[in-house]
Design a protein around this ligand. Structure first.
Ligand code: AMP
Length: 171
């Protein structure tokens, strides 16, 4: 059986020259592999006792929503600027390629609530850091951050000091 790592496709120079893009769609196409990824994230994240799971737009949603269901937690989308209809909090961040702003609905998280943040990939950590800022602006407690993939050479963990980080695959 192919491992999860075997099912990640490398796309050179996407979306810009010099970026080696980790394409997860090849893993998602495989029913057993997709389930295995969610199983492994569930096993690692259940001990955090989160009552909300934040998914980072857009590939984070793919993992955060089924994980929230497994954990019996609510799902919260962290979205790009201008996509959420109600009152929001905002944080700006730098990507490996470009900059962006992330938003969350102000009523998404209760003060003191235990929150898990989920994305497909940890690169420089800027996106996750901004999502942590959103949760903390709302008084939530970030109990962990979980990723399918970590690009260790970009040292994203340095941007997330003191937070619990889980990554299923490291490059
Ligand atoms: P960062 O904020 O630098 O940690 O970047 C993480 C975000 O950018 C995640 O939402 C990823 O989906 C995306 N990303 C960054 N670098 C890559 C890459 N090499 N391959 C695929 N996605 C990436």
């Amino acid at each position: 059986m192919a491992t999860l790592a075997d099912l990640i496709r490398d796309i050179p120079d996407f979306p810009k020259e010099g970026i080696l893009f980790k394409d997860i769609t090849t893993l998602l196409h495989d029913a057993a592999a997709f389930r295995q990824a969610i199983d492994e994230l569930e096993a690692r994240c259940r001990p955090y006792g989160a009552t909300k799971v934040v998914g980072i737009e857009s590939r984070g949603f793919i993992f955060a929503a089924p994980l929230a269901d497994r954990l019996g937690a609510g799902f919260v989308p962290a979205r790009k600027l201008g996509r959420l209809p109600a009152e929001t909090v905002r944080a700006e961040y730098a990507l490996e390629y470009g900059t962006n702003t992330v938003e969350m609905h102000r009523d998404a998280i209760d003060p003191g609530e235990r929150v898990l943040i989920v994305d497909d990939l940890l690169a420089t950590g800027g996106t996750c850091r901004a999502s942590i800022d959103l949760v903390e602006q709302l008084g939530g407690v970030v109990v962990g951050c979980a990723f399918l993939i970590e690009l260790t050479f970009l040292d994203g963990r340095a941007a997330l000091p003191g937070y619990e980080i889980q990554a299923l695959l490291s490059y």
